[in-house]
Ligand binder design. Structure first.
Ligand code: NAD
Length: 251
């Protein structure tokens, strides 16, 4: 089940956190993985080393996914050069710049939209043609529970993550006839560097709202990514899967 042998994956923002866990989970299932990172080359090399120890091929690709069309095309080209193809793209790179709506700066708004929404759009644009030629592909977008339910202090982040769900569904509809699926993961509170700075009161409040009552691990999300990437998920597209302890229960 969920064998990814012979597949090549590209994971953005994969030098730590959820991206790192997804890259390693893909490698454990047999995939070769291109590890995109923005700044931390040694962390990306560590992830690549762990992938190679699992017997898979790895490439590290420096690139800023918020850099627009050319930056994203360069990342995709580097992955294609490394493996000859990309079967699976995970748009994972993301940031937070939290502030209350009335205090949020233009920079905080733009930076989060550029990274969390425009980045996945340009990455999808860049990967679509080679995937269409191959008549197969898996695109997985990292949304968030915040994009489904809103979150005080995260107008920019919630708007980007909600927008990403619209992008996911549209991509799924446009590319379905070419054998490409596109789905979104919507994690709740997961223990990573991103959430480490959350004030104790905020994380307690979120835990209190979570039916399962605890913070999730990166491996909880990575397992769901493996499923979306697999052949077994061939009939699943345009979906949003909450990996969130039940904090969002949609229809
Ligand atoms: P993290 O900060 O630990 O990791 C994010 C990674 O993305 C970092 O390595 C960072 O350098 C990279 N990155 C950021 N901007 C980039 C850019 N422009 N180009 C390339 N790389 C870039 O965060 P995480 O918790 O692992 O989050 C990963 C994804 O999951 C994000 O999209 C985040 O919004 C989403 N998410 C996280 C949680 C959570 O609770 N941790 C919940 C829901 C959604």
């Amino acid at each position: 089940m969920f064998d990814l042998s012979g597949k090549a994956a590209l994971v953005t923002g994969a030098s730590r956190g959820l991206g790192r866990a997804i890259a390693l989970a893909f490698a454990r299932q047999g995939a070769d993985v291109a590890v995109n990172y923005r700044g931390n080359a040694s962390a990306a090399e560590e992830v690549a080393g762990a992938i190679r120890e699992l017997g898979r091929r790895a490439a590290t690709i420096q690139g800023d996914t918020s850099g627009g069309r050319e930056a994203c095309e360069a990342i995709v080209k580097a992955a294609l050069d490394a493996f000859g193809k990309v079967d699976i793209l995970v748009n994972n790179a993301g940031i937070t710049r939290d502030d209350l709506l009335m205090r949020m700066s233009a920079e905080a708004w733009d930076e989060v939209i550029d990274t969390n929404l425009s980045g996945p759009f340009w990455m999808t644009r860049a990967i679509a043609r080679p995937m269409m030629k191959a008549r197969s592909g898996r695109i997985i977008n990292m949304s968030s529970a915040a994009g489904r339910m809103g979150n005080p202090g995260q107008a920019n982040y919630a708007a980007a993550k909600a927008g990403l769900i619209g992008l996911t569904k549209t991509t799924a509809r446009e590319l379905a006839s070419r054998g490409i699926t596109c789905n979104a993961l919507a994690p709740g509170l997961i223990e990573t560097d991103l959430t480490a700075d959350l004030p104790e009161a905020a994380s307690e409040a979120l835990k209190g709202m979570t039916p399962l009552g605890y913070i999730g691990s990166v491996d909880d999300v990575a397992a769901a990514a493996v499923y979306f990437a697999s052949d077994e998920a061939r009939y699943v597209t345009g979906q949003v899967l909450g990996v969130d302890g039940g904090i969002v229960m949609g229809a």
